[in-house]
Each structure stands twice: as structure tokens, then as C-alpha cells.
Write a protein that binds this ligand. Structure first.
Ligand code: ZN
Length: 164
């Protein structure tokens, strides 16, 4: 991890920590989705966010107002929602956090419940656990032989009698 990335991660986490009382799990999900949508489509709108999060536009509007009060997003012309610098730093951290946990669960072989489990774990995980998972993901990705051994072991154990 270079210094700039390190700085962004720490900054994102610091903002999360500072706003932790004001920011609910649901608000984190919205912010993550705004960041994702802006990255993929250039901007976000209430209807698009509601569609992607599978919620009603009226609920989305309420949450966006709260995020605006926290200085994380702002409204622009034609209902366009953009992230502030603070919102970008936090959104980038939230997306990264999601990806790290999802990759870890994928390595564990979690399939059907992977997304649901990611959504539960991500809101409560500490920075040190997250960094541990990131390191383990990287290690296994960068040593494919070890990854293969682990996968073979996992599959063998799953088919055995003394499996959990
Ligand atoms: Zn997520």
C-alpha cells in the first residue's frame, strides 16, 4: 500500500470514527452505494439509488438529507447527488471495506450467504481486523499454490465426518 492509499484509508476510517454516532448502518449503505454509482455512472440520483438499494425513493430522500447535514453529499441541478471531499474519502473507505470482506468470504467458500454476511460484518468490523483480512486476501492471492492447498483442504474437510 503506498502512502497516498494509506492516507486515504486512514482518513476514511477517521471520518467514520468521528461520525460513528451520527452514521447508522443504513446511512453507510447509502454512502457506499452513492460512491459506487458515481464511480460507475458519473453521478447519482434519488430514483437510481432507490432502485439499486431496493428501497422507496421517499426513504432515500430522507437519508440523503441526513448525509447532506453531515456534509457528506450535496445536491446539484436536476436532482444530481454528488459527494463532497469528505464524502468521497468515506465512500471510498466503505467500498473498500465491503470488497475486502466479500473477497475474504469468497476465499472461505461462502456462496449463497456471501452478500448478506458481508452486509452484516462490514458495519461493525474494526480497522485492525479489516487490515488483517486485507493482508490475508493479498497473501493468498499472491501465493496461488497456498490458495490451492487451502481450497483442497477446505473441500476435503467439508466432505469428512468431523466437519462442523
Ligand atoms: Zn456494503
Amino acid at each position: 500500500m503506498n502512502n497516498e492509499r494509506e492516507f486515504r484509508t486512514v482518513r476514511g476510517y477517521q471520518i467514520l470514527d468521528a461520525e460513528s454516532k451520527a452514521l447508522t448502518a443504513s446511512m453507510e449503505d447509502y454512502l457506499e452505494m452513492i460512491y459506487r454509482t458515481c464511480g460507475e455512472e458519473g453521478y447519482a440520483r434519488v430514483n437510481r439509488l432507490a432502485e439499486r438499494l431496493n428501497v422507496r425513493p421517499s426513504s432515500t430522500t430522507k437519508v440523503i438529507k441526513k448525509l447532506k447535514d453531515l456534509g457528506l453529499v450535496n445536491y446539484q441541478k436536476y436532482g444530481v447527488i454528488k459527494l463532497t471531499e469528505k464524502g468521497k474519502a468515506l465512500g471510498s473507505f466503505l467500498l473498500k471495506r465491503h470488497e475486502v470482506i466479500e473477497e475474504f468470504l469468497k476465499i472461505l467458500g461462502v456462496e449463497e450467504t456471501r452478500l448478506k454476511d458481508t452486509e452484516m460484518i462490514e458495519h461493525d468490523v474494526s480497522l485492525s481486523t479489516l487490515r488483517g483480512l486485507y493482508t490475508l486476501n493479498r497473501f493468498l492471492r499472491e501465493t496461488p499454490d497456498v490458495m490451492k492447498q487451502y481450497e483442497a483442504f477446505r473441500i476435503k474437510l467439508k466432505g469428512s465426518d468431523d466437519f462442523l
